[in-house]
Write a protein that binds this ligand. Structure first.
Ligand SMILES: C[S@@+](CC[C@H](N)C(=O)[O-])C[C@H]1O[C@@H](n2cnc3c(N)ncnc32)[C@H](O)[C@@H]1O
Length: 347
């Protein structure tokens, strides 16, 4: 369960429908801040161009997206509730794919980071199960490419022994690393106009930070040899933010172990500010007259499928909708519905 504590809160931030267990507004400090750094200096990630991911505002927005409580992200009794909990759902898509590959049972889920020590040493009842599980099978590795502030990376530590998070943004990697080392970090979010509130993000219970590591890197030119191979490689909402998405896809056969999975989640939101049109994987018409729009429509899933199935490298195992919700302010949101695809690496 997420634990996000309100540090500074305003009466203006009252939720439309309070949830059980959530302190009432009158119990909180009723102070707002007007953080110029947050409001003026940076654009929301609804803006275009990779540079937005270096900005302070983007770091705060993603800390809330990845670690904020559901009633903070969607403070209304209406709205797309099934788009909440995106980091957990992304990690589940990867973990569920393990069930069909592993012959021995997956790791028991650690109920808290503190329990991991017992589990590793075999002390305590659950620890012995864990130790037995470990000796029966090799450690499971996952790679989260474009990990942002690490929320999905940490969720993956529930099921994988080692999880590597890679992102191009130094600011995102720094925030993810702070979460890993300190288990918490402060962030700000916009309520209305220039009124900003401050909260503290905590690692979700049961995640195991010692299994995660973060580094800065470019998805289009990953050091495949240094990274090694993985049981699951996740690219969540990444492809249409890359200058050369095909280069990343072409590295996947080397990054995913035979029998492992590549999990691609994307809204196919192609923009030339991120990806030159010549590099788009679909979302255009081929041939014909551009003005008349009479060429043949190239769908992104179909184009990606042809790359994934080339040389018999992967086969499609599962396809599902992956809705997500990013709060811009209390009454404005980015809602997206990504295409979630699970590709099994052939032997
Ligand atoms: C839309 S965000 C998605 C973040 C996260 N995966 C999620 O689903 O919430 C795109 C992420 O990709 C990262 N990114 C953009 N270009 C990249 C590149 N060339 N290599 C690695 N990461 C990149 C951005 O910094 C950002 O964290």
């Amino acid at each position: 369960m997420n634990r996000v504590r309100a540090i500074i809160f305003s009466r203006g931030a009252a939720r439309a429908t309070p949830c059980a267990g959530w302190p009432t507004v009158s119990n909180r400090m009723s102070t707002t801040t007007n953080s110029n750094a947050f409001v003026d200096a940076a654009r929301s990630t609804a803006a275009s161009g990779s540079v937005v991911y270096e900005g302070e505002r983007a770091v705060h927005e993603y800390l809330q997206f990845h670690f904020g409580s559901t009633d903070e992200v969607l403070p209304h009794d209406c709205g797309p509730a099934d788009a909440l909990g995106f980091p957990k759902r992304c990690a589940s898509l990867c973990a569920e794919a393990l069930v069909t590959t592993e012959t021995s049972p997956p790791l028991p889920l650690s109920s808290s980071p503190e329990r991991e020590k017992d589990q590793l040493t075999g002390e305590g009842g659950e620890g012995q199960t864990y130790k037995a599980g470990r000796s029966n099978r090799r450690p499971l590795r996952a790679l989260d490419v474009g990990c942002a502030v690490g929320g999905i990376t940490f969720e993956l530590t529930r099921a994988f022994d080692e999880v590597v998070g890679v992102d191009f943004s130094a600011s995102f990697v720094e925030a993810a690393e702070r979460m890993r080392v300190e288990g918490r970090t402060q962030y700000e979010y916009l309520e209305q106009g220039s009124a900003v509130f401050r909260r503290e993000a905590f690692l979700p219970e049961g995640t195991v930070p010692s299994r995660a590591r973060f580094s800065q890197g470019d998805a289009c030119s990953l050091d495949v040899k240094a990274l090694g191979s993985f049981d699951a490689v996740l690219a969540s909402n990444l492809l249409c933010r890359l200058p050369k998405p095909r280069s990343f896809l072409e590295d996947l056969p080397a990054l995913v172990k035979p029998g492992g999975v590549a999990v691609l989640i994307s809204p196919y939101s192609w923009l030339k500010e991120y990806t030159p049109t010549s590099e788009w994987l679909g979302g255009f018409r081929e041939g014909g007259d551009a003005d008349k729009q009479d060429g043949e429509y190239v769908d992104s899933f179909d184009r990606i499928r042809s790359i994934m199935e080339a040389d018999d490298a992967f086969e499609l195992e599962r396809r599902c909708s992956m809705p997500f919700l990013i709060r811009e302010h209390a009454r404005k949101f980015q809602w997206g519905c990504s295409d979630g695809t699970v590709w099994r690496r052939k032997s």
